[in-house]
Ligand binder design. Structure first.
Ligand code: COA
Length: 396
């Protein structure tokens, strides 16, 4: 029996419950287990947020030290994985490499006799610890350099910057990346998290679920936007050119990357922190990216209100990510990988939550293809029948 047809993009449809994070789009509030993102961004480290998401509460000193030690132990990659990465074409897109590497990592992790892996907090810690190492290693490998061994004295964010450049980061850079990780750690049932939960709901293990999540994050309607924001900033070149650029873009019917959000009806609460970081970092590095981004956000809202009266548009989390990460020396094609490194905490926590009270996620679709009709033997076929709802003769 056919069910109820909901919005194709599942807009406004509630598909499950979570205790992990809450997105209140109307008032622009994001909380992790009841803690406001504004408090966490200013006061908590990424490691504390990992503890909050995985173990249910903010850690004491001794719990934090235990977690930091575990993360530290798990940072290194199996040498076989590094060998696989060496075999990948050097011009491969970093998100493709991350997806392949997360999937390949499973071969070298402890597994059960049937080949599957226990999806528990230890596996989650392993994934959270190894993801920055994979990203940094790929950047070195593609530049013809050897990966840098993780430094056990550095925390996760600082260690990433170290593994990438071989230089100990300044405090501002470490703090900025750590805050970025805090801000991006979780976001309720966003597309990639939902993908992870769908995969986990079939009893696929955590490596499979996270591979789905990484693949889903890559698209530019989700985590792939900030690289395109950087392209826009480069094309604009000067703050005063932002407005004509936006006018031309909207006239072509294109969207402004890094703006708009399915859930937030006012400005994304994470954007304010990223904007401040972008401002501070670009002032320090004497780059113009923040000023162009600021002019672009203002111009976008102004022009959209003219073109579509009553419509407002605001920066989402991806917008100021571009000038922020670029100021930290991260290449624009790696921005989405950094998003994945942060969201790994939330994805893993959601996979574990899904497993706790699992129900297979399996929706229905309304069939809009041809009515039932007889099979045509190949020697009597006259060509592709034009059928309602078909594409190249195949019902979609
Ligand atoms: N630039 C210009 N117009 C935009 C826009 C943008 N970035 N985002 C939304 N709009 C407009 C749409 O044109 C549409 O106008 P209409 O009602 O007159 O047709 C309206 O706002 C709703 O947009 P829609 O795409 O249907 O909303 P959505 O909920 O599906 O989209 C996003 C949410 C994120 C996919 C969308 O805002 C977008 O594509 N943003 C750019 C990509 C991006 O930044 N992705 C990262 C998300 S965190």
């Amino acid at each position: 029996m056919a069910g109820v047809l909901v919005d194709r993009g599942l807009e406004g449809v509630v598909v499950g419950e979570t205790v992990l994070s809450n997105v209140e789009g109307e008032i622009g509030r994001l909380t992790y287990r009841g803690y406001d993102i504004h408090d966490l961004a200013v006061n908590a480290t990424f490691e504390e947020v990992v503890h909050l998401l995985l173990y249910g509460h903010l850690p004491t000193y001794s719990e934090l030290n235990d977690l930091a030690a575990k993360l530290n132990e798990e940072r290194a990659l199996p040498s076989a994985l590094i060998a696989i990465m060496h075999a990948i074409p050097k011009d491969a897109w970093p998100m493709d490499v991350l997806r392949t590497s997360i999937s390949a990592l499973a071969h070298y992790m402890p597994h059960l006799p049937d080949g599957s892996h226990v999806s528990n907090a230890d596996a989650a810690v392993r994934l959270i610890a190894k993801t920055p190492t994979i990203i940094a290693a790929w950047d070195r490998i593609r530049r013809g350099l050897e990966p840098i061994v993780p430094d056990s004295k550095l925390r996760l964010a600082a260690n990433f910057l170290w593994m990438r450049s071989g230089e100990k980061p300044i405090v501002e850079a470490e703090r900025a990346l750590d805050t970025y990780f805090v801000l991006l750690s979780d976001h309720s049932y966003n597309a990639s998290t939902f993908a992870a939960r769908v995969t986990a709901s079939t009893h696929a293990d955590i490596y499979g679920a996270i591979t789905s999540a990484v693949a889903t994050l890559a698209g530019d309607l989700h985590g792939g936007a900030p690289s395109k924001v950087m392209t826009m900033l480069e094309e604009i070149g000067l703050p005063e050119k932002a407005e004509p650029y936006v006018r031309a873009l909207l006239a072509r019917g294109e969207k402004i990357m890094g703006m708009g959000h399915r859930e937030y009806k006012i400005r994304d609460p994470r954007a304010a922190h990223l904007e401040q970081m972008a401002k501070n970092l670009t002032e320090k590095s004497h780059t113009k990216w923040y000023l162009i981004a600021r002019a672009l956000e203002d111009a976008a809202d102004k022009v959209l209100r003219e073109v579509k009266p009553g419509k407002r548009i605001y920066a989402n989390v991806e917008f100021y990510t571009a000038p922020t990460l670029s100021s930290l020396g991260v290449s624009s094609d790696e921005f989405t990988c950094l998003f994945a490194a942060a969201r790994m905490a939330g994805w893993c926590a959601h996979v574990l939550e899904q497993a706790q009270e699992n129900r297979l996620i399996r929706p229905q679709a309304t069939y809009i293809g041809p009515d039932v009709h007889p099979f045509e033997p190949i020697n009597g076929r006259t060509g592709i029948p034009a059928m309602n709802g078909s594409v190249n003769g195949k019902a979609q």
